[in-house]
Design a protein around this ligand. Structure first.
Ligand SMILES: CCCCCCCCCCCCC/C=C/C(=O)SCCNC(=O)CCNC(=O)[C@H](O)C(C)(C)COP(=O)(O)OP(=O)(O)OC[C@H]1O[C@@H](n2cnc3c(N)ncnc32)[C@H](O)[C@@H]1OP(=O)(O)O
Length: 242
């Protein structure tokens, strides 16, 4: 009996040690990840400001920053993995929708349709994303280091109230501006007859994507409002299984 109790406690200790090592590793990785992402978005912010000061126009801005943007926005796919493996306490679905819609905007809209790269709406979502991400990643970094200045916490859970709708407006206006070019070029579309016997119309797909903002965006927005109430006002919120 005594020996089985001892065994139990040894096993428990081992499990606790494993958990501690795992959580120390996770914290180290997340700290590195968040510092790298803050730096990446800061580089983007500086590049945008320098471009505008030097050229005095937004034309050509997207081209000048596209490589860095594509890199850091694509790396954000790791956030879906962080949620999936339980490294962070966030819904995979909420994070997945957020990250995938951004990656879609970068790769399949702005990067693929050169004619729209100089639209004002592109600058709108780029500026909004940049401000948001610098705030968000520095929030996570300082939080992990247990030295979170209140103004960063305040900014993280207040700025989105305005930034989210602005970002979405920029994205939707950009997709809308892309529609005529997509229709004319027939890009990413497959017409019948073809050897796969499959048809796909990217133009229609983009319209469906635009419509899907109507049910999906409020869910992200209300998720952030709930987070705001929890973090800034200490409300206990029972999350539904998302
Ligand atoms: C194929 C095409 C598909 C197209 C589909 C189209 C439809 C799309 C519709 C919607 C489109 C939206 C487009 C987006 C536009 C913009 O971004 S506009 C700019 C404004 N944007 C924002 O303000 C972004 C806000 N969103 C977010 O912050 C996140 O992405 C989120 C997932 C929505 C919410 O974040 P969440 O993590 O749930 O909340 P937090 O309070 O920040 O964190 C919760 C806990 O998790 C910890 N955590 C999370 N990530 C990290 C990390 N990287 N490092 C460390 N810790 C992390 C965090 O600390 C919290 O932990 P606890 O304190 O323990 O609770």
């Amino acid at each position: 009996m005594a020996s089985s109790e001892e065994d139990g406690s040894v096993e428990e200790k081992e499990n606790n040690n494993k958990k501690r090592t795992k959580s120390a590793l996770a914290t180290a990785w997340l700290t590195f990840y968040n510092i790298a992402m803050t730096a990446g978005w800061l580089v983007l912010a500086v590049a945008m400001i320098r471009f505008y000061i030097q050229k005095g126009t937004h034309k050509g801005l997207y081209r000048s920053i596209s490589r860095t943007l594509k890199f850091f926005q694509t790396v954000a796919l790791l956030e879906v993995i962080h949620c999936a493996v339980g490294m962070v306490r966030t819904s995979v679905i909420v994070t997945g929708v957020q990250v995938c819609s951004r990656i879609f905007m970068v790769w399949f809209i702005t990067n693929s349709i050169k004619q729209i790269q100089n639209e004002e709406s592109v600058v709108l979502f780029l500026v909004v994303w940049t401000v948001t991400e610098i705030t968000r990643y520095s929030f996570y970094t300082f939080n992990l280091l247990n030295h979170l200045p209140y103004f960063i916490k305040w900014a993280r859970y207040n700025m989105f109230i305005v930034m989210y709708p602005l970002g979405v407006a920029g994205e939707l206006m950009t997709i809308y501006a892309a529609l005529p070019y997509v229709r004319k070029s027939g890009m990413f579309s497959m017409r019948l007859p073809n050897k796969y016997n499959v048809s796909f119309d990217y133009y229609i797909f983009l319209i469906i994507v635009m419509i899907s903002y109507i049910p999906l965006f409020p869910q992200l927005y209300f998720h952030m409002l709930r987070q705001r109430r929890k973090v800034l006002h200490g409300e206990v919120i029972v999350e539904k299984d998302e």
